[in-house]
Design a protein around this ligand. Structure first.
Ligand code: GLN
Ligand code: ZN
Length: 752
């Protein structure tokens, strides 16, 4: 039985790609040197798949930066600002990272579906002017073949590619379809003699696609199939079920259809019922999005059901999606509690799982592996670490009053007077520059070369300094600056029960950047206060109001690997209760303004419109649960890192935070349209400068933006702040920008 994964993590078990890229960018590694490291990684990853027992190896999943960018290169869709006769390697990275010497901005970056991977957004403004690049996948397919593997090259499909880009200058992207379909056909025809199957990824099939786009799908794929000749064409959908797009997939003329049976399992009966006689099924049963071991018993049951319906010859076994979204290898994770480690599988282990399932279906006797898997599952279900009766009780006993502030905002707004805040109060989003000194000191503490007392002394000094600076700048609501936090989720996860941390569980976020998401394996509880000492220490340094800073439950959920034995909403509720306790402890300690960041609320939204309401319902409820335990006199803030609000503004209002701050600086206040169309009832601070760039905006610019905001937000409800935390900035630009920001607020305050 054929078996495959849809992609292996590119970054390397020791983040070799990251290091190579960074050396290359600093001029310490030649283009040839970089390519050698890329080749080594690819070959190593093929070898891993082969050794695991997979029948095929995937080719074309590797990329030096991003597979969407690779597709842009293949199609010759170079944005005009980068046009010209240039070295291709240079061009590639300039598109990815911008060109500072010529002041050319990089391509925009955005999230790949609902993952934390970011891709570079194609720009569509004209038909391709340049010849595309012969894609590396062609060379690699031959290479893998000659090394004795059965290669399965993958291309990002034309429909998804066009859907993921952005149009400029009134250009209609669909004019590109015939042109790029030609190029795809050429590439497919070139690949066909060297492999048994070519995979085309169309994850867009798992979202909502407009009818007009749907109509192009079948003819496009018929053309691609013609180019493939007798080579199989594998159409891959993932990140959900096919829903209303099922017919497009079934009539595509492709030889194999891949389904994500982790997320789209409900639909499998409907699919097999109607699967055309000559179409095979690639059953994606091994989760490519999470770190839990596969439940063999359950997967085999599903696979046997499928086998009965469509026959063994038509069944293949696969990972649900690319393994890009999980860490590379569990083997080295010796610091993880062995009990917990036994429940986990990273990419290397998932290769084996996929192969195991195919082998077992084909009749190989793997009884020992099967028994071990079943035992691990049993342990996990009955382990005291996964279930905390007190937490379960508390969740079961939630009542409606816990989801509501005591009085509506219209009565709470007197906070302004209680807190003695001026008109247009100024504040920041929480973090101040994380200097090399802060990072180095934290590293020393973690390595044990300085004591925790010395580390805490250092942090107190930092906080004192940051408070003083804010007083001198004349800010109205101060923060402690978050110097003690490495990361806004990890910091809290480390102090909560139910979280585990890998030592090297890196996952690519974009380019050379990786994140190490914590793992939520058990019920969440808070053994002791997490921030109260730091915040109250900061508050004692000043007479001005000190804002306490927390990360919200939805954001912690979105940026972690979440246990798969409870609904996400349930896990989120547990997180919310833990944060709620921290909020009330801060209040008890005299902190009157508390901000609970929900940076990720929007990105947690399901791909299909029809699923969104339900998500937003529980997500907003969790925020309210976390924040409603306080008196009316305590002011609750929240912060969100995005500016497209129009579709969810009602839900943002339903969060009922007294004050929200949002990203707006980059979009030139375009987001205010949402506030024009919907009368947002509470207070709001649209970010008036972009912290993602070192540029220092002038006070005039900020006055201009504030005036725009004042056209839609009443002056009593407008706050003045940057558009996100300042931790990635340097001090010089931070000081200047904040000085200008305070000046802008003062000027308008006088006028008003
Ligand atoms: N309070 C956090 C900070 O300032 C918020 C970060 C974020 O929104 N991503 O760093
Ligand atoms: Zn932010």
């Amino acid at each position: 039985m054929k078996s495959r994964i849809l992609g292996f993590p590119r970054i390397g078990a020791a983040r070799e790609l990251k290091q190579a890229l960074e050396r290359y960018w600093q001029g310490q590694l030649t283009p040839a040197g970089l390519r050698t490291i890329g080749r080594e990684l690819k070959q190593r990853h093929w070898q891993i798949q082969h050794a695991a027992g997979l029948t095929t190896v995937v080719v074309g999943d590797f990329s030096f930066y991003d597979h969407v960018l690779d597709t842009i290169m293949m199609l010759g869709l170079i944005p005009p600002r980068f046009a010209g006769d240039k070295d291709r390697d240079e061009l590639y990275f300039q598109m990815a990272r911008g060109d500072t010497t010529r002041n050319l901005p990089a391509l925009e970056m955005t999230k790949w579906f609902d993952t934390n991977y970011h891709y570079l957004v194609p720009e569509f403004s004209a038909l391709p002017r340049e010849r595309g690049l012969v894609p590396e996948v062609l060379v690699d397919t031959k290479l893998a073949r000659s090394a004795g593997f059965d290669p399965e090259p993958v291309l990002l499909g034309p429909i998804t590619f066009l859907c993921l880009g952005k149009e400029y200058g009134g250009f209609d992207r669909w004019r590109l379809l015939p042109v790029i379909t030609e190029i795809y056909s050429t590439v497919i025809a070139a690949l066909a003699p060297h492999c048994a199957a070519i995979r085309i990824d169309e994850p867009i099939l798992c979202g909502d696609i407009p009818n007009a786009v749907g109509a192009t799908f079948i003819p496009t794929f018929r053309q691609l199939k013609a180019a493939a000749g007798s080579c199989d064409l594998l159409l891959a959908s993932y990140f959900g079920g096919l829903g209303e797009n099922l017919d497009l997939a079934l009539q595509s003329g492709c030889d194999i259809l891949h389904l994500d049976l982790v997320r789209g399992r409900d639909q499998v009966a409907a699919v097999v019922e109607r699967l055309p006689e000559r179409m095979k099924l690639s059953a994606g049963v091994v989760d490519g999005r999470n770190v839990w071991r596969n439940d063999y018993r359950d997967s085999l049951m599903l696979l046997r059901e499928l086998e009965q319906k469509i026959g063994r010859e038509r069944l293949q076994v696969a990972s649900s999606c690319s393994l890009l979204h999980v860490p590379v290898d569990l083997t080295g994770e010796s610091a993880l509690d062995p009990g917990i480690r036994r429940w986990l599988a990273f990419a290397v282990q998932k290769c084996r799982e996929t192969a195991f399932l195919a082998e077992t279906m084909a009749g190989t006797d793997n009884a020992a592996e099967l028994a071990d898997n079943a035992a691990a599952g049993e342990f996990r279900r009955s382990d005291v670490r996964t279930v905390n009766p007190a937490v379960r009780h508390r969740c079961a006993a939630l009542d409606g009053d816990m989801l509501r502030r005591r009085h509506p905002y219209s009565e709470r707004k007197l906070q302004q007077q209680w807190l003695r805040l001026p008109l247009l109060p100024t504040t920041t989003i929480g973090s101040f520059p994380q200097t090399p000194e802060i990072r180095a000191t934290r590293r020393k503490f973690r390595q044990g070369t300085i004591t925790s007392a010395a580390y805490e002394d250092f942090l107190r000094q930092e906080i004192r300094k940051i408070v003083k600076i804010q007083e001198e700048l004349g800010l109205d609501v101060l923060v402690h600056g978050e110097p003690e936090r490495n990361d806004m989720v990890e910091y809290f996860g480390e102090q909560l029960d139910g979280f585990a941390f890998s030592a090297a569980g890196w996952v690519q976020s974009y380019g050379s950047r990786c994140v190490k998401p914590p793992i939520i394996y058990g019920d969440i509880s808070r053994p002791r206060p997490m921030t109260v000492d730091w915040i109250t220490f900061a508050a004692r340094q000043t007479d001005r109001p000190m804002k306490g800073m927390l990360t919200g439950p939805v954001t912690m959920l979105c940026w972690s690997f979440v246990r798969n034995d409870l609904p996400r909403a349930t896990v989120c509720r547990q997180l919310a209760l833990a944060i709620r306790d921290e909020v009330t402890d801060l209040e008890q300690a005299g902190i009157r303004i508390i901000q609970i960041d929900e940076a990720a609320l929007r990105e947690g939204m399901p791909l299909r419109y029809c699923d969104r309401e339900q998500y937003l319902h529980w997500a907003v409820e969790c925020f309210r649960l976390a924040t409603s335990g306080v008196a009316d006199t305590t002011q609750i803030h929240s912060h969100m890192c995005y500016s497209e609000f129009n579709t969810i503004i009602r839900w943002i209002a339903a969060m009922d935070a007294d004050v929200i701050s949002i990203e707006a600086g980059r979009s030139d206040m375009a987001l205010l349209q949402a506030f024009r169309d919907f009368d947002y009832p509470n207070e709001i601070g649209p970010g008036i400068y972009d912290i993602h760039s070192p540029r220092v905006p002038t006070a005039e610019e900020m006055v201009f933006l504030l005036r725009k905001a004042l056209a839609v937000v009443p002056k009593e409800r407008l706050w003045v702040n940057p558009d996100c935390g300042l931790k990635t900035r340097g001090w010089p630009e931070t000081l200047l920008s904040l000085r200008h920001m305070v000046a802008a607020a003062l000027r308008l305050r006088d006028e008003l």
